[in-house]
Write a protein that binds this ligand. Structure first.
Ligand code: NAD
Length: 501
């Protein structure tokens, strides 16, 4: 395995800052297994330096005019667009996803920035003239101060983009703690934000692991925390942050079901499900991970899925024909392999086995090929666990009602999809399914930037979804002002509860 001594820096107060903590981790090229860089693990002092930079920058940034903030967001959008291929390449190396998938991630991020460019319109309040004689009322949405963002490995560029563009546009300052598995994208974001003219200290990056996260969650000057990652960590983040008086939203893991009714176009459904299940090698929180085949749809659907898997090309993300890239790490690959073994041991029918896939010239890459299980039962580990790999499980049910009941009994509730030609069935599904995002003949219902993203149950701790209109609410505090400017000198004293007159 090749190694390199390069150590990434943090980004504090508008420049790179070397780490003094002495603790580091390795960042690997997922397709080759080579170490591409070392990442520092910040200690509490380094986190404090980043938070203090954000505290110092906050008053001036909050006072910057809406036009000034808008110009910077537009300039950043142009830079990200110009350097999108460079960003996508970084994502492919450290994450492993194939090139067009990485470019899709950056495109979605561009759209999030474009939404934030509308900040002047978004931050408009409401105004009522004459709520009582001589009294006007209006609303303000003010920034909350220092916001921390803690992000997962699976979208190293886009998921930070769910957070910082809107947080900054709304006048907050920001400290990002990206995933230690693919941290380089966050440094490119920092560089471009600085080049766009963002004042020093408004956007900071500290690298690290649990120690850095906990330092952010307990820091008295951090006022809000946005987290995206696995459910156990999301629960820890939400509980710790709120116990320390912070506003928090913590998005967790998922097990996303796709129900296929017998009246569906099965070829279309199979195409869409394969894309949704095996894209990014299943490492998406909105990956289709469980198919519920209803009635006679089952046998035909499994056959169609299996045929399509035969044709998928497993390979390194930087080779144009590759469709299924490696997993992010050797540990992730071994964990997924272990879960497939468990599925076989527990008696599920392994229709496609990708465990021993070989990618020529990339023997040390973290590859596992597409796997497909049929006749899976709810008590099996492969159903109860978020596998986060290229493994799809099929369960059989007799009716739509049985399928909805199965989904609603699952602890997660991120996304759910239905494939059907029956409008009544689709309508019942969208109303009765316990999930935050529903697809109707759409496998990955990831909302656009101008809607909000979030799941139910163990997929989100907190009340407010991320990005879009709800994101703007999360990053601002509301205030209602009632004002009287008329000459009120001769108003008599009245101790009764005030009512409009
Ligand atoms: P993870 O929970 O391991 O890590 C997420 C972040 O938390 C990282 O920055 C990591 O450094 C930090 N972290 C890890 N362990 C910690 C601990 N014990 N204490 C404090 N901080 C800790 O998640 P991951 O493996 O990077 O990402 C994959 C997971 O994220 C999957 O479960 C996936 O479903 C989920 N995810 C959810 C969404 C969503 O919108 N709901 C989106 C993307 C990913």
């Amino acid at each position: 395995m090749a190694t390199t001594e390069t150590l990434l820096n943090h980004w504090i107060e508008g420049r790179e800052e070397s780490s003094r903590s002495g603790r580091t981790g390795e960042v690997t090229n997922s397709a080759t297994g080579d170490v591409v860089t070392q990442v520092p693990f910040a200690d509490a002092d380094e986190v404090d330096a980043a938070v203090q930079a954000a505290v110092t920058a906050a008053p001036a940034w909050e006072s910057a005019s809406l036009s000034e903030r808008t110009r910077i967001m537009f300039a950043f959008r142009e830079l990200l667009h110009a350097r999108r291929e460079e960003m996508a390449r970084l994502v492919t190396i450290e994450h492993g996803k194939v090139a067009d998938d990485a470019l899709g991630e950056v495109q979605r991020e561009l759209e999030l920035v474009e939404f934030a460019c509308g900040l002047a319109q978004l931050l408009k309040g409401e105004h009522s003239w004459q709520v009582s004689r001589g009294v006007d009322s209006y609303t303000l949405r003010q920034p909350i101060g220092v916001v921390a963002g803690i992000t997962p490995f699976n979208f190293p560029s886009m998921v930070p983009g769910w957070m910082f563009p809107l947080a900054i546009a709304a006048g907050n300052t920001f400290v990002l703690k990206p995933s230690e598995q693919d941290p380089s994208a966050s440094m490119l974001l920092a560089e471009m934000l600085a080049e766009a003219g963002l004042p020093s200290g408004v956007f900071n990056v500290v690298h690290g692991d649990r120690e850095a996260v906990d330092a952010l969650l307990t820091h008295p000057r951090v006022n809000a925390v946005s987290f995206v990652g696995s459910t156990p960590v999301a629960r820890h983040v939400y509980e710790t942050a709120t116990t320390h008086g912070k506003r928090a939203q913590a998005l967790g893991g998922a097990k996303n079901h796709a129900v296929v009714l017998p009246d569906a176009d099965l070829d279309y459904a199979a195409d869409q499900i394969v894309a949704g299940a095996y894209g990014s090698s299943g490492q998406r929180c909105m990956a289709v991970s469980a198919v519920v085949a209803v009635g006679e749809a089952g046998d035909a659907l499994v056959e169609k899925l299996s045929e399509r898997l035969e044709r998928l090309v497993v390979g390194p993300g930087d080779v144009p024909d590759s469709q299924v890239g490696p997993l992010v790490s050797a540990a992730a690959r071994d964990r997924v392999r272990g879960l497939v073994d468990a599925g076989v041991d527990e008696g599920a029918d392994l229709v496609r086995d990708g465990r021993d896939v070989a990618v020529e010239g990339h023997e040390n890459g973290f590859f596992i090929g597409p796997c497909l299980f049929d006749r899976v039962e709810p008590d099996m580990r492969i159903y109860k666990t978020e596998i986060f790999g290229p493994v799809l499980v099929v369960l059989r049910r007799q009716t739509l009602d049985d399928s909805i009941e199965l989904i609603n009994a699952n602890p997660w509730g991120n996304g759910a999809a239905i494939f059907t030609r029956n409008g009544g069935a689709a309508r019942a599904f969208q109303l009765r399914t316990s999930a935050g995002m529903i697809g109707i003949n759409v496998p990955i219902p990831v909302p656009m930037s101008y809607y909000s993203f979030g799941g139910w149950k163990a997929s989100l701790f907190g009340d407010i979804h991320i990005h879009g209109p709800e994101g703007l609410r999360f990053y601002t505090r509301g205030k209602v002002v009632s004002s009287r400017w008329s000459d009120a000198a001769d108003t008599p004293i009245n101790l009764a509860f005030p009512t409009a007159n």
